[in-house]
Design a protein around this ligand. Structure first.
Ligand code: SAH
Length: 367
């Protein structure tokens, strides 16, 4: 049997050309694109404004969705975590974080992750596979439908962060394609300026992103101020050590437009990378490379098999004040959704670790 065409990862022009191949006029393509990306419908049967025979034909040759929700969890702080499955049975996790003036959806770019950062639970899954553009977009559609109802316009703006499972820069083309489709005003209309992509430091892709005209914001996960320590915590550092990474960051920084954000993320691991000396080394490193970017300190989110504990509030405050005394703007990120293992580094589809969580079965969840 011929494979059905996934329509969620096609641009509006591509959907138009797809329906043209079925002998249908262009407006039908625009209608379908809006139904998928703006009305957030997840099946052709819901598109009752299309003729019945055409819907039947679409069901034969195309698919309107492929991800399924397995379960979801709601944190006491309102954060929602979704465990989804791809058509081939692989886990995909997405987190929806409501804030006063906006919502943030943290999406995954891969199922599992090939990088072996020692403080991240996802690393323990290894790489299952990279996600398609459609699977990236569907995470956003599903989270918005669940939070507000199918097709209901979110009352606040939506920001996206590519900080879920996986290394986004090892799935670069699919990611950029997904961002282009999500930016379409007749679809989700989430523009790159509302998106931040986080990388552990895939240097060639940082340089590529510097040349992308409509690009998302960039965050670099540093985690250590010396090669010795970073080789251990973020082993991809052996491939692209700090000197190369920060040179690429400098090239990127020189292409920043007014108002564009560029940050370093630094996970704080008690007794490992949080000493006063580490703070001084970090400030000196950034200053030596002439980088004016800000640093986000992320308290480590513990998870059962990981051998780390979060730094104390006092240690984090001290670390921040040393960085600031050396002219480095520093913010402390507040962990969200820790009680449902939704925080950074905790996404590993481990249902058995979640039995203490308030679980809501997939029944009744708009899919
Ligand atoms: N691979 C990409 C994106 C996924 S990780 C990257 O490395 O940036 C997203 C962020 O979560 C990174 O900044 C990472 O350092 C952080 N992180 C991973 N595990 C964590 C944990 N257990 N606690 C806190 N932050 C963690």
């Amino acid at each position: 049997m011929k494979q059905r065409v996934e329509l969620t990862w096609l641009s509006q022009a591509e959907v138009v050309s797809f329906v043209d191949g079925l002998g249908e006029p262009a407006y039908r393509g625009r209608q379908i694109f809006a139904a998928l990306q703006h009305r957030r419908l997840r099946s052709f049967d819901q598109m009752t404004d299309l003729p019945k025979e055409f819907r039947a034909r679409l069901n034969e040759v195309a698919r309107a969705s492929s991800l399924k929700i397995e379960s979801h969890y709601i944190s006491s702080d309102g954060t929602r975590r979704y465990l989804m499955k791809t058509h081939d049975g692989l886990p995909v996790e997405t987190v929806y974080i409501p804030e006063e003036h906006r919502d943030t959806i943290c999406f995954s770019s891969q199922s599992g992750c090939p990088l072996q950062c020692t403080f991240c639970l996802t690393a323990q899954l290894g790489l299952l596979r990279s996600l398609t553009s459609g699977e990236i977009i569907e995470q956003v559609l599903i989270a918005l439908n669940d939070a507000y109802g199918v097709g209901v316009r979110p009352p606040r703006g939506t920001n996206l962060v590519g900080m879920g499972a996986g290394e986004p820069f090892l799935n670069f083309d699919a990611l950029l394609n997904a961002l282009r489709i999500m930016a379409d005003p007749s679809g989700l209309y989430i523009v790159p300026n509302r998106v931040t992509i986080s990388t552990a430091g895939i240097v060639p892709r940082i340089l590529d992103l510097a040349n992308v005209p409509d690009r998302p914001h960039l965050a670099i996960s540093l985690a250590a101020p010396t090669d010795e320590l970073r080789n251990e915590l973020v082993p991809i550092n052996k491939r692209w050590p700090l000197e190369e990474l920060l040179k690429a960051c400098k090239v990127f920084e020189q292409t920043l437009k007014p108002g564009e954000r560029f940050t370093f993320e630094y996970v704080m691991l008690a007794g490992v990378n949080d000493s006063e000396q580490h703070a001084r080394q970090l400030a000196n490193l950034l200053n030596r490379h002439g980088l004016k970017t800000k640093v986000n300190l992320i308290p480590h989110n513990p998870a059962e098999p990981l051998p780390y504990q979060p730094s104390t509030d006092e240690t984090v405050a001290r670390f921040k004040s040393i960085l600031e005394s050396k002219g480095v703007h520093t913010y402390v990120r507040r962990p969200r959704g820790r009680d449902i293992f939704a925080a950074c580094g905790q996404l590993a589809a481990r249902q058995e670790t979640l039995n203490t969580c308030k679980e809501i079965t997939s029944a009744g969840v708009p899919n």
